[in-house]
Design a binder for this molecule. Structure first.
Ligand code: ADP
Ligand code: MG
Length: 347
């Protein structure tokens, strides 16, 4: 890119004793975008945020903020702020004082504090709650105070560590809309952490999928959903049917003993691959020549589709979101558009 990234990690490693928890992390964030670190618990997401914020020192590599190497710059001098998982609010202070705290530490004058805290509270739609004590707020309101406290310092980057994980499902969904809208309104870079793939897909301009201290894949939500790079990503993001197969030639893949045209090329002839088909790309049809045969095991009516679980003759499970119900029992054919076949290198 021609512009300097606002945050960049270059070959970053982190060791605890003999354990390497970050393995050669390369991440580059542009100004003004919504990024997400997505991965299971223990994959290294919080460690990355802490490395950027300056709460830990990395074992190798460079941490860059706005083009400056900050490995040796203390946390309070980095132009980033963190919203912690548990919010870390001060329970003995009211909302206003919680938000004003960082400004007072920085000896900002009284009039400016008044204006900036009110602006920040307005941003998160808490205009009239400045006098409330933290304990008198709902979970969603506390969450917004935590965000206000971070944005009042006008950081270039806001780091958010699973900020929605404590909220119930409905509020969580509301807050997803609010966070996305807030990021666009503020125009600053968000680096958001979640283990929830739906949340990541819904919110992000770009996702980094983490596993075992490594970035497995980065890209837009659509890229990652449609073109997962390996088994882990295909399995972790959305629901997938993954079966072993073999490339016959460019644009020709074989699985379940049948050959299909596909959109993938560039592999060795006869190369072992994994084939991904999403449940929503599958339907059932009458069994016929060239169709993969499956035996229907269960089906549930889900309102806008039938969720069908079926097994092929190698006992692979197939999850199908069919528009039509399956016949009672017996064999049916899998129907799909070959365009929807996604092929991944195996291993
Ligand atoms: P995530 O946020 O994705 O759940 P973390 O970044 O918190 O994962 O942790 C990544 C790995 O590093 C985990 O295996 C965790 O046990 C380990 N880890 C984190 N902090 C420490 C520490 N202070 N000492 C030793 N191991 C740690
Ligand atoms: Mg974490």
């Amino acid at each position: 890119a021609l512009t300097t990234p606002i945050v960049e990690l270059r070959h970053v490693f982190k060791n605890y004793g003999d354990t390497t928890v970050l393995k050669d992390i390369d991440i580059s964030l542009e100004a003004g975008k919504f990024y997400t670190l997505l991965g299971p618990s223990g994959s290294g997401k919080t460690t990355i945020l802490r490395a950027i914020a300056g709460f830990l020192s990395v074992s190798g590599g460079d941490v860059m903020i706005a083009g400056q190497r900050v490995n040796d710059i203390p946390a309070n001098q980095r132009d980033v702020n963190t919203v912690f998982q548990d919010y870390a609010l001060f329970p003995h202070m009211d909302v206003f004082d919680n938000v004003a705290y960082g400004l007072r530490i920085r000896k900002v004058d009284k009039a400016a504090i008044m204006t900036r805290v009110q602006d920040a509270l307005h941003m998160v739609r808490l205009d009239n709650l400045g006098d409330r004590m933290i304990g008198e707020l709902s979970g969603g309101q506390q969450q917004r105070v935590a965000i206000a406290r971070a944005i009042v310092l006008e950081p270039k980057v806001l780091l958010l560590d699973e900020p929605l994980s404590a909220l119930d499902a409905k509020l969580r969904q509301d807050m997803q809309y609010e966070l996305r809208e807030l990021q666009q309104r503020l125009g600053i870079t968000f680096l958001f952490v979640t283990h929830d793939q739906e949340e990541a897909l819904a919110l992000s301009d770009e996702i980094f999928v983490m596993n075992d201290g490594q970035v497995q894949q980065s890209g837009t939500p659509v890229d990652i959903y449609d073109e997962p790079i390996n088994h882990f990503v295909a399995d972790f993001i959305g629901q997938s049917n993954i079966v072993r197969g073999r490339m016959i030639a460019d644009y020709q893949v074989q699985f379940n003993g049948k050959t299909f045209e596909c959109a993938d090329a560039g592999m060795r002839p006869n190369e072992a691959v994994e084939v991904v088909l999403r449940p929503e790309d599958l339907d059932i049809t009458a069994l016929a020549q060239g169709k993969v045969a499956v035996r229907v095991d269960t089906q549930l009516f889900r309102g806008d589709y039938y969720e069908i679980v079926a097994y092929d003759d190698a006992d692979n499970e197939w999850l199908i979101h069919s528009t039509n119900p399956a016949p009672e029992k017996g064999l049916v054919g899998l129907y799909f558009d070959p365009e929807d076949i996604h092929v991944m290198r195996f291993g």
